[in-house]
Design a protein around this ligand. Structure first.
Ligand code: ADP
Length: 246
């Protein structure tokens, strides 16, 4: 296990409002981490900063051995460094089969030469099957993605991100809108994915976080309020106040 992501002293102000305030978070590789916090705590801005969508005013973000908070580093360049982001809504190609979606993700460019010379003619069938098994859709490969349940679409999109072999996978509220059975499978999927990489799950749902059974970081007003096991952080009086008080 080694340090993969190091966010140090990051701040971001929007129109005079400090959405992220001297935030420091470190994530190891491999690791499964949950980031929780009330509405407005800064969770989305945190993800935007790591993925390069938003540049911090102050502080540094180091990923692997590279500083990725530099102004000149685009979102796509950061993604190619190995950061995958799963937004809340599934965005699969509905008129294509599960297999075609995964095939497309595998062919997705990590650089112009891969597309031209290497990936174009490669046989991806074994890797497609492996990915489908990983996301629990091995028996759905020839189904139209538009026919899948909401949960299955979410898994497919996670599979499409895994096809890029990210070192860090950021997942925004994966269990929202899922059935209890789907939520359980999603827990297993994320735990499996986090065996070989860092997976950071931003989540509202405490029951789901409990199932993940991992280290939890609580954000509040753009900073880390508490960190540790879910039992540890939920016993913290400040965390209780933030969630229940006011
Ligand atoms: P969370 O995801 O935890 O709900 P956000 O990161 O979305 O929190 O937001 C943190 C705070 O920053 C909120 O008060 C929000 O209104 C503010 N904020 C986020 N992005 C912008 C923006 N682009 N312009 C102005 N305010 C923003």
């Amino acid at each position: 296990m080694s340090r993969l992501l190091e966010v140090s002293g990051v701040s971001k102000t929007f129109d005079g409002f400090r959405a992220i305030n001297n935030l420091s978070i470190a994530v190891d590789e491999p690791e499964l981490r949950a980031v929780i916090g009330p509405n407005g705590a800064g969770k989305t801005t945190f993800m935007d900063i790591i993925t390069g969508k938003t540049k911090p005013d102050e502080g540094t973000v180091v990923f692997g051995d590279k500083s990725i908070s530099l102004v000149g580093m685009s979102e796509s360049k950061i993604a190619r460094e190995g950061i995958g982001r799963k937004f809340q809504k599934p965005t699969v190609f509905e008129a294509q089969t599960v297999r075609e979606n995964l095939a497309m993700a595998l062919k997705n460019d990590r650089g112009p030469f891969d597309v031209l010379f290497y990936k174009k003619n490669r046989d991806d069938s074994a890797r497609i099957l492996e990915l489908a098994e990983e996301i629990g859709l091995a028996d759905q490969l020839d189904r139209m993605s538009g026919e899948l349940s909401h949960g299955q679409k979410q898994w497919l999109e996670i599979g499409m991100l895994l096809a890029q072999d990210p070192r860090l996978l950021l997942v925004d509220e994966p269990a929202a809108g899922m059935t209890p059975a789907e939520r359980e499978q999603t827990t297993d999927l994320l735990k499996r994915a986090a065996k070989t990489r860092a997976v950071v799950v931003v989540e509202h749902d405490m029951e789901f976080v409990r199932r993940l059974n991992c280290k939890v970081t609580v954000l509040h007003e753009g900073s880390v309020l508490a960190e540790g096991s879910l039992d540890h952080v939920t016993a913290n009086p400040q965390v209780i106040e933030v969630y229940l008080g006011r």
